[in-house]
Design a protein around this ligand. Structure first.
Ligand code: PEP
Length: 249
């Protein structure tokens, strides 16, 4: 039985005061029955958010992680640094990183491997653009993104990781994938991972992300292979985020 995970990706939003207030509201919304809840604030807000969430029900993660362990990599933050600050998760390969910052499948895979090596649980984002979906390339895109990770991190890559299926056309657009569209891709992801290791495939949590909100969360998480959500916009509104968490539980 997979415990659902709801993770809030705050992106580059908020002041220090906002971040603290948001973290406190979510922390105070606990306990959460039968669902794990995580928040992913900007790097600079991590210490405050970790301090607020310490000892409670809410886990904390980062929105990216360096592909190297340490050294002359200006602007990067290593997995060990994040782990030391109380992070459990790190997003890798969010489509905004792939699109705006040119992160390749190979770089994403290295970040994924570095997260694992540094003691974090990577949340690997995969997903197709609208043009790719319309060209019938959804599965080949996802297969390529997963294969890049296996190439670098090995056949056991998904033993202790999370995958987030985020169709690019659904992120921040209000156009959510239908539960059936999400289920089809989630089943495909699970089957690819199960080909490497049946147990890893069965245990893998696969989140849906892309305009998930309180109104559509129930139908999405009801699907067999949808094990929670990666939430952007709605994670900035405490009542909306808490409502999604309760629905997933
Ligand atoms: C995201 O950026 O990961 C995301 C899912 O955003 P939104 O929920 O706003 O579509």
């Amino acid at each position: 039985m997979r415990k659902p995970l709801i993770a809030g990706n705050w992106k580059m939003n908020g002041t220090r005061a906002n971040a603290g207030a948001l973290a406190r509201a979510i922390h105070d919304g606990a306990p959460f029955a039968d669902v794990e809840v995580a928040v992913l604030p900007p790097f600079v807000h991590l210490p405050d958010v970790v301090a607020i969430c310490e000892g409670g029900d809410v886990r904390v993660g980062a929105q990216n992680v360096a592909d190297q362990a340490s050294g002359a990599y200006t602007g990067e933050v290593s997995a060990a640094m994040l782990a030391e600050f109380g992070c459990r998760y790190a997003l890798v390969g969010h489509s905004e990183r792939r699109t705006h910052y040119g992160e390749s499948d190979e770089l994403v895979a290295k970040r994924f491997a570095a997260a694992l090596a540094g003691g974090l649980v990577p949340i690997l984002c995969v997903g197709e653009t609208l043009a790719e979906r319309e060209a019938g390339e959804t599965e080949s895109v996802i297969a390529r993104q997963l294969a890049a990770v296996v190439e670098v991190a090995g056949d056991d890559a998904f033993a202790d990781a999370v995958v987030a299926y985020e169709p690019v056309w659904a992120i921040g657009t209000g156009h959510t994938a239908t539960p059936e569209q999400a289920q089809a891709v989630h089943a495909f992801v699970r089957q690819r991972v199960a080909q490497l290791d049946a147990d890893h495939g069965e245990r893998l949590r696969i989140l849906y992300g892309g305009s998930m909100k309180a109104a559509n969360a129930a139908a999405l998480v009801a699907m067999e292979d949808v094990d929670g959500g990666l939430i952007g916009g709605a994670s900035l509104v405490p009542d909306d985020f808490l409502s999604i968490c309760r629905t997933a539980g």
